[in-house]
Design a protein around this ligand. Structure first.
Ligand code: TYM
Length: 336
């Protein structure tokens, strides 16, 4: 019997600072896990990073570091594809066509655009506004079936579906409508110091996030300081106990235990014990990744080779879609 064709995944992460535990639990960890079931393309979204002012040399360094980190997490560049967005120009080509099929009003409603423009009022640029169109191009250009992301990206995924659907309606069946893959417990890891806010690497308070490269001491220190509440019970209640619930989500991810099991485990114990346990399982999970990261990053030539090969393979797929789209919208193409 012919083997069933595997479904395809595309996801991306920006090279803007070291990824946090939020990036790891919400996305990157699942990227590695999903490789056994899907054909995966994972991308470093350097073009998206330009929507906020970057220090050029730093952006370049971080792009390579992030590639090494993704390899350390277990992304397998032989059986899957790891590449840098700007190395596949077809993303921008498709983004233009999609932008011409996306409404101003739709883009104006994006919460991330509103948040980021409020945060950087001196640089509300066109790229920030059309950011979701480029992201739609990233996904649709590979006809991805599944997009593993954290909760903050679900609105962007929704607009990608809207754009795909509209294009298919006008020009005929062209794009696959992508589905999101959002983890049950860790879709939104919250800040350790303000647990009603998302954990973010751009937070000015370094105690609010754990970085994927933090050592055990730093991890323990940050979890010890994590804001909880005064009722002293380890109980899952996002609304009334956001700090404790966030720590439980992290603990649940790394131990596989349910919220009920965690509540039973820490019944009658103080937050001190609980926080230490969360720190320990986090440090245990990150330690092997960090060891691999150091080893891989030391071999720049290998990382660059992976990215070169990834870009070539991604471009072959992407160029095919762009050709098809150009033909459908009526752009004259000469024989190549
Ligand atoms: P970025 O770089 O902000 O984040 C990468 C991934 O990490 C997830 N994430 C979180 N998950 C749980 N809790 C958190 N606190 C947390 N913080 C971040 C994000 O949801 C994301 O999945 N626009 C994207 C990059 C991108 C992309 C794409 C993603 C570009 N093109 C195409 C998917 C498909 C971004 O800025 O992610």
């Amino acid at each position: 019997m012919a083997e069933e064709k595997r479904k395809r995944i595309l996801s991306g992460i920006q090279p803007t600072g070291t990824p946090t535990l939020g990036n790891y639990i919400g996305a990157v960890r699942n990227w590695a896990l999903l490789q056994s079931e899907y054909d995966c393309l994972y991308m470093i979204a350097d073009l998206h990073a330009l929507t906020v002012r970057q220090v050029p040399a730093e952006l370049r360094r971080r792009t390579r570091e992030l590639a090494a980190l993704l390899l350390a997490v277990g992304i397998d560049p032989k059986n899957h594809v790891l590449f840098v967005q700007s190395h596949v120009p077809a993303h921008c080509e498709l983004a233009w066509v999609l932008a011409c099929n996306t409404q101003f009003g739709e883009l104006s409603r994006m919460t991330q655009f509103k948040d980021k423009s409020a945060k950087h009022p001196d640089n509300v640029n066109g790229g920030l506004f059309t950011y979701p169109v480029l992201m739609a191009a990233d996904i649709l250009i590979y006809n991805a079936d599944l997009v593993p992301v954290g909760q903050d990206q679900t609105q962007h995924l929704e607009i990608a579906r809207v754009i795909a659907n509209r294009f298919n309606g006008v020009y005929g069946e062209t794009f696959t409508l992508p589905e999101g893959y959002v983890p049950a417990a860790g879709a939104k890891i919250m800040s350790l110091s303000e647990p009603t806010k998302k954990m973010s690497k751009s937070d000015t308070n370094a105690n609010s996030f754990v970085l994927m490269t933090d050592d055990r001491d730093a991890i323990v220190r940050k979890f010890k300081r994590a804001v909880t509440d005064s009722d002293g019970q380890v109980r899952f209640d996002r609304e009334n106990k956001p700090g404790v619930s966030n720590l439980m989500a992290i603990y649940s991810t790394f131990t596989g235990r349910t919220m009920e099991e965690i509540e039973a485990e820490f019944a009658g114990k103080g937050y001190g014990d609980f926080k230490l346990a969360v720190a320990e399982v986090t440090a245990d999970a990150l330690a092997p990744v960090q060891a691999e990261y150091g080893r891989i990053l030391a071999d720049k030539a290998y990382v660059d080779e992976v990215l070169k090969d990834g870009a070539a393979r991604a471009a072959r797929l992407a160029n095919r879609t762009v050709s098809k789209v150009y033909r459908k919208v009526g752009l004259l193409q000469l024989d190549r």
